[in-house]
Design a protein around this ligand. Structure first.
Ligand code: KG4
Length: 340
């Protein structure tokens, strides 16, 4: 069989990324992050879309160059069709469609959330066997989603529970914004939390039945508590930012792990993975290691570079779909809403 070369393109939020894989092995993964949003404390959709337009050609170009192949060698193009910001998605979707049409090769649409889970199947070499065995449970925690997924196969994923309001990453980012820290807040909270006391402050925890999550109450509780404390000490945040970060992180990780333990108990599946931007978090990673020891879980934690948005995860999902001849027609539109 001829070598299968897949180009993956990701543009669902504020990262423009392209990756090339040969027979499911990653050759290149190039990402241009957008600094422009830092000044606004969050992603500005219109600016994100414009930045994708500037970045997509050089990023794809670089990915092909680093992979050492010509575009004519590509077997198919996989792209993120949704969910995400519509203006951002449209850039990657239109680019992928135009390029596939001009090369006369198949197009493969990828669900961004499925891509995050599939990050566990990215192979950096032929003898990379780090992927979890099927079925496994995956905690998917990103800026826009918090879900517990049962992965039966790459194309058979069952959402066991999900947030009914905000995502974990969104809650961290908003609380960080309230504290006047930069954007995105996740890595800043993570860094500060390492020097703070996780039990210094208590914030409201949700009481949601089943395997669903909720983070909006925690966000409000954090904001209201801060307002009270600032009344007594206007420099409260400055004086206590490490303890605040550590307590916030502890609460979020505790909420995430409680439901994950329940999912493991209900399914009796002890292969447990984590995916999405928040899986870069040190506190969450430590909690995974503790649970592995205490409850006998086998855990799977992706490399940092595959936790946040990247095209390698889109490429690997595309590769498996390619093997199944699961292509997409050129008229399939981008979608913004979360569906699995
Ligand atoms: O998966 P991702 O890159 O984008 C989405 O698809 O949403 O996730 C971004 C989220 C942001 O909320 C960011 O603050 C969070 O991941 N994040 C972290 C860390 N690094 C990124 N949260 C906690 N600790 C981190 N180290």
């Amino acid at each position: 069989m001829n070598d299968v070369y897949i180009l993956g393109i990701e543009s669902s939020c504020d990262d423009t990324s392209a990756a090339v894989l040969r027979n499911g092995v990653l050759l290149s993964n190039v990402t241009a992050s957008q600094e422009v949003h830092k000044a606004y404390g969050g992603v500005v959709p219109e600016l994100a879309s414009r930045a994708h337009q500037q970045n997509v050609v050089p990023v794809v170009d670089q990915a092909l160059k680093r992979a050492g192949i010509e575009k004519e060698q590509l077997s198919a193009i996989a792209f993120t069709r949704g969910p995400g910001l519509m203006g951002s998605l449209l850039v990657g979707v239109s680019f992928a469609k135009g390029m596939a049409r001009s090369l006369g090769i198949p197009l493969i649409d990828v669900n961004h959330l499925q891509g995050h889970v599939m990050a566990h199947f990215i192979k950096e070499s032929d003898d990379d066997h780090s992927a979890p065995p099927l079925p496994f449970i995956c905690l998917l925690v990103s800026g826009g989603n918090s879900q517990i997924v049962k992965v039966n196969a790459y194309n058979d994923m069952q959402v066991l529970g999900q947030t009914i309001d905000d995502a974990a990453g969104e809650a961290i980012d908003k609380c960080s914004k309230v504290m006047g820290l930069g954007y995105p807040g996740g890595p800043i909270i993570d860094r500060l939390a390492r020097q703070g006391n996780p039990h210094a402050y208590k914030f409201a925890e949700p009481h949601i039945p089943g395997l669903n999550y909720s983070f909006s109450g925690l966000k409000t509780s954090f904001l209201y508590s801060l307002r009270e404390w600032i009344k007594d000490d206007p420099d409260f945040i400055e004086h206590h930012k490490e303890d605040l970060a550590a307590s916030l992180e502890y609460t979020i990780v505790d909420i995430l792990m409680k439901k994950l333990r329940l999912a493991v108990k209900q399914t009796n599946i002890k292969h447990v993975a984590v995916a999405g931007g928040v899986s870069a978090n040190n506190g969450l990673r430590n909690a995974f290691h503790e649970h592995a020891e205490k409850y006998g879980w086998t855990i799977y934690i992706p490399k940092f570079s595959y936790t946040t948005d990247n095209a390698a995860m889109i490429g690997i999902t595309g590769y498996y779909k390619y093997l199944d001849n699961d292509y997409c027609s050129i008229d399939k539109p981008a979608f913004s809403k979360v569906t699995f």
